[in-house]
Design a protein around this ligand. Structure first.
Ligand code: FES
Length: 171
């Protein structure tokens, strides 16, 4: 059996009987479909909320596909995450126009304000910081996506305002 399956952490959904049952149900329901990998990963992301390394290994084993291809899909699409996201997600576009337009400065501002790194979630579970690829609003660079809302021409001094709005929304 694959390594990751031998060391499932106690917080992993696979270690929780109810969640494991849900994961098995998703695999059983979809394994025969064309493009089963994508369907299964989408379902797992939607229903469990994230796809850990162990879950990736479990899916690979169950669908009989290389774990590297599952890992490739999970890391390529920003929709997927290996850790639980916070209630709100702030994504920084790292496409060329946004990068040149100031994304690195915005990220710095966010890291200082929240005292977390990109890819992490604040300890209160409120905000997750992420990087995303070009969202097609390059003329508005630099772009930040707050939950699903695209906000353009965001200057570092405007960031605290965005943050306050997100934190005020709470749940
Ligand atoms: S590069 Fe950021 S929206 Fe295109």
């Amino acid at each position: 059996m694959i390594n990751q399956l031998q060391k499932i952490s106690e917080n992993d959904p696979l270690a929780d009987a109810e969640q494991k049952q849900m994961i098995d149900g998703i695999l059983d329901e979809n394994r025969a479909l064309p493009g089963a990998t994508m369907v299964v990963l989408n379902e797992l992301q939607n229903k469990i909320g994230f796809i850990t390394e162990s879950m990736q290994a479990y899916v690979a084993d169950s669908l009989d596909v290389p774990v590297a291809s599952i890992h490739g899909v999970v890391t390529f699409y920003s929709f997927f995450t290996t850790k639980p996201r916070g209630r709100h997600t702030i994504k920084f576009c790292n496409g060329t126009a946004c990068y040149v337009g100031g994304t690195p400065q915005l990220i710095e501002k966010a890291k200082q304000a929240l005292k977390i790194d990109v890819g992490d979630t604040t300890p209160d579970g409120q905000v997750t910081l992420e990087i995303c690829r070009c969202v097609g609003a390059c003329s508005q660079a630099p772009v930040v996506v707050v939950d699903e809302e695209v906000q353009g021409r965001v200057k570092p001094n405007k960031f605290p305002q965005i943050l306050r709005k997100v934190q005020d929304q709470g749940n």
